[in-house]
Design a protein. Structure first.
Ligand code: F6R
Length: 516
């Protein structure tokens, strides 16, 4: 968050007798730096170094690592997860407030990480460290205390269900492509909840005084798809707000307002903060994440795991389709069209079963090869536009995110009907335009694009005459967004490959965005 990517800004930071690594953000960094005065010459541009300076001072004074960490934690405003070593003290200390810390316990070693996949190769036994807790770790012992009171905290050993193989690429060249193909199985896993659980979750939404879906990035586009699904299927209006924009609407969050967070990692700081504040206002906190032990899941009154298995690639793929599948079943469950709720949940399940089977037919090496060829053809372009309507409008926005983040092509998504209100001015001869869907209005928009010189790539169940290149997707009715996003993911992946980029390592991005 502070300073460029350079050796001097890389963690850990050593100051005197203290070595520190920090994840998070010190919001009162300037103030703290000022309080240190000229007693220390800062050698990095990071906010983290000031924590090391304060710890060094406190430890020199108190000679107690525990006391030093507690004293310094009191002074920090903002989110932090820190790991600290003190000269002459064996092992290391870690503490958290707002950012994740997880302990992995193996026979001959103990691990501290911010995410389970970091040590899954060595152990599946974990202790979750909660906010305002500190842990002292030696190879043979783990001692957890409360960061404020200093009191001992008892932790339960938990065995996580993720298998080490899940975080291996196996024979795949990248995690991104592996995870795209994982969707043959993961979509069904998402709805692996019994009807009662789904119905009670939906009831908490339906009976709320206002429903807000809160998410960021790809998960926010999933939430937008859900907005359409709930409107179309259940005739319920939900509000979808990107977490960072929610402060403007928090005045509408009261007792019994439902805040439903959608998040793969369950650790996204912007989302977490809105939920924490919502909880204080008496809102019902619901969540759908891929990590049942995450901060968001544990803060929630009701939580749905999507069971997609570890998602390692920075670009989210399988989590998004799983989230959409679960939300679709929730929308059917909330539908008022029939009297028997049980039947409705099962109708939703039926849609997902059919969609999964159609995706299984679609997603094969020949299909991927076809998309790879298209990617190679358009990979030299600097601009690319995507249009869609209804649930495919958020998918057009998602397509833009996916293409931008892994291929660095300037991609933009639009609601198809908005084109004529401005964006169409961007189209030049040969500009690649991806058209999602084959309904008559969207095809009319594709013709407008083509007549301005646009090169039309159609992603739809049928091949319209206007289309220069066609990527077929099955007709999946209300689950069309789920089927359509998959070729988009493949196109993004192959665009990155064609441009000689590593799709698993997009610049400037992190998998879990645990800072604001
Ligand atoms: C894009 C992507 C990000 C995440 C966003 C939210 O491919 O992965 O836009 O969707 O950072 O992350 P989660 O879902 O973990 O809250």
């Amino acid at each position: 968050t502070h300073g460029g990517i350079s050796k001097k800004n890389a963690h850990p930071h050593r100051v005197g007798n203290v070595v520190l690594a920090h994840n998070g953000i010190v919001e009162n960094y300037d103030e703290l730096k000022h309080s240190v005065g000229n007693t220390h010459e800062f050698s990095s541009d990071t906010d983290s170094e000031v924590i090391a300076v304060l710890l060094h001072k406190a430890y020199t004074k108190t000679k107690s690592p525990d006391q030093a960490i507690r004293d310094v934690a009191k002074q920090i405003t903002g989110r932090f997860a820190i790991v600290v070593m003190f000269d002459g003290i064996p092992g290391f200390f870690a503490a958290r407030r707002g950012s994740p810390i997880i302990i992995g316990k193996a026979k001959e070693a103990t691990y501290v990480a911010s995410d389970i996949p970091a040590f899954l190769e060595y152990t599946q036994t974990v202790n979750y460290i909660d906010d305002n807790e500190m842990v002292y770790v030696t190879p043979s012992n783990t001692r957890v205390t409360n960061l404020i009171t200093g009191r001992k905290v008892q932790k339960r050993d938990i065995t996580v269900s993720w298998e080490p193989e899940e975080i291996e690429k196996g024979s795949w060249p990248h995690f991104m492509i592996k995870e795209i193909f994982d969707q043959k199985e993961t979509i069904l896993e998402a709805i692996h909840h019994n009807n009662k659980t789904i119905q009670s979750f939906v009831k908490k939404l339906e009976t709320a005084k206002g429903i807000y879906l809160i998410a960021c990035g790809t998960a926010h586009k999933v939430a937008m798809v859900a907005e359409y699904l709930f409107a179309d299927i259940a005739h319920i209006k939900i509000n979808v707000v990107p977490a960072a924009e929610m402060p403007s609407f928090e005045k509408f969050v009261h007792k019994n307002t439902a805040l439903l967070a959608i998040s793969q990692s369950g650790e996204t700081a912007d989302v977490l903060e809105i939920l924490e504040r919502g909880k204080k206002r008496g809102a019902r906190i619901l969540s759908i994440t891929n990590v049942p032990s995450s901060s968001i899941a544990r803060l929630s009154d009701a939580h749905f795991p999507i069971n997609a298995g570890a998602e390692k690639a920075v670009a989210s793929t399988k989590a998004a389709t799983s989230q959409m599948a679960l939300l679709l079943v929730c929308a059917y469950t909330a539908s008022k069209k029939h009297t028997s709720i049980k039947t409705l949940t099962d109708i939703g399940r039926g849609v997902i079963w059919n969609t999964t089977s159609a995706i299984n037919d679609m997603l094969n090496p020949r299909y991927a090869k076809h998309i790879e060829k298209i990617a190679k053809k358009i990979s030299r372009h600097q601009n690319l536009f995507i249009i869609g309507r209804g649930t495919l409008y958020p998918i057009a926005l998602e397509a833009a995110i996916k293409i931008q983040e892994v291929s660095y092509i300037h991609a933009q998504g639009f609601a198809a009907g908005e084109l004529k209100h401005g964006p169409i001015a961007l189209i030049e001869k040969g500009t690649p335009c991806v058209v999602l869907g084959d309904d008559p209005e969207t095809i009319a928009n594709a013709i407008e694009l083509q007549s301005r010189g646009g090169f039309i790539i159609g992603i739809a169940p049928t091949q319209a005459r206007v289309v220069d290149l066609w990527i077929r997707v099955p007709d999946c009715n209300s689950a069309q967004a789920i089927a359509t996003v998959i070729p988009i993911q493949l196109l993004s992946y192959y665009l990155a490959r064609a441009r000689k980029l590593d799709p698993d390592m997009p610049r400037n991005l992190a998998k879990s965005v645990t800072v604001k």
